[in-house]
Design a protein around this ligand. Structure first.
Ligand code: GLV
Length: 323
């Protein structure tokens, strides 16, 4: 009998073929609607494998309903939506999609830096809103990116890729993280700072840490108060790393120049989010890795990981090491 799999969203054909060749699958066949929790809860009762997106919470309650589950293949590099410890305890392999999205996500972090610094979306809204009367000396003026100091919170794969881009803009690059990386300091020309010093010295601060119990809420009013009034904060990691009410207050009172956010505490961003009323924040709907090529690679990678575990092989990208 073929292994049984549930896929929580419509995925690219290339990825689906990999699963369809080896498994009996059922899928929540929608592009843009999440599988309702009750449907997911009932589907997992029958399956050996679960193909998830970051929109699904794999928690003890869901795992209780999935006695036959052997693998959770998450189509994302981040896996804070999955209770990995609980999966390990139950012998469920968890996999993710590292590497393939590094450059695409670094591109978006840079795009957010530039968009927030130069007020690109605000300027476009201004033009489309029919407000452009004449060229004016100080109209829609922002801050410079070229030559500014960049502070990276986290120097993992994506942080390093952002550092490489920054070099092309003659930006001195600082980083903070759990551990110093002398090898990378030489190779990338980056300098280590403790978090507080990094926040004080940087013109741009870009966050590249996973969401863990240590990083949750690590940027709040105390940290934002250390930043320059001309600084820009960019977050392409996970929303809860930043305390949103604190960032909102700082932006409203113009204690920093601007922010660029691709991730939020609650996604999708609620329609009554106070951020929507602020001009000095660029808001994107979690599209860090969203190029056609990269999302296809992520989907295929997750499918391979899933099928590998269900065929008794060690997957290419395990998060827990229980096989
Ligand atoms: C996207 O946010 C990912 O973790 O891949």
């Amino acid at each position: 009998m073929k292994p049984r799999v549930y896929i929580t969203r419509r995925i690219p054909e290339e990825a689906l073929k990999i699963i369809a060749g080896r498994c009996d699958y059922r899928m929540w066949d929608s592009e843009d609607e999440r599988v309702p929790r009750d449907v997911l809860e009932s589907e997992v009762g029958q399956v050996d494998g679960l193909y998830t997106l970051l929109t699904e919470r794999v928690d003890p309650d869901l795992l209780n309903r999935a006695p036959g589950l052997k693998v959770v293949a998450n189509m994302a590099v981040g896996y804070d939506n999955v209770d990995v410890e609980e999966c390990s305890r139950r012998g469920v392999v968890v996999t993710n999609t590292p590497g393939v999205l590094t450059e695409t996500t670094a591109d978006l972090a840079f795009a957010l830096m530039m968009a927030a610094a130069r007020r690109v979306p605000e300027a476009e809204r201004f033009l489309r809103g029919g407000k452009w009367k004449t060229w004016s000396p100080m109209l829609l003026t922002g801050v410079d990116v070229f030559g500014a100091t960049l502070g990276l919170i986290g120097l993992g794969r994506i942080g390093q890729a952002v550092a490489k881009r920054a070099k092309g803009f003659s930006m001195p690059v600082l980083y903070s993280g759990r551990s110093r990386r002398p090898d990378l300091e030489d190779a990338l020309g980056v300098e280590w700072r403790g978090l507080d010093d990094l926040l004080r010295e940087s013109d741009f601060v870009s966050i590249h840490v996973p969401l863990t119990e240590t990083t949750r809420g690590m940027i709040g009013s105390r940290e934002i108060a250390l930043m320059k009034p001309t600084a820009v904060l960019v977050n392409t990691s996970r929303g809860p790393v930043v305390r949103e009410p604190d960032l909102y207050e700082a932006l409203r009172e113009k204690r920093i120049f601007a922010a660029g956010l691709d991730v939020f505490e609650t996604e999708p961003l609620p329609s009554d989010s106070p951020f929507l009323g602020l001009p000095n924040v660029v808001l994107l709907p979690h599209i860090g890795s969203a190029s056609v090529a990269t999302r296809t690679k992520m989907a295929v990678m997750a499918a391979r990981n899933l099928v590998q575990v269900l065929s008794g092989q060690r997957p290419d990208n395990p998060v827990n090491h229980i096989m």
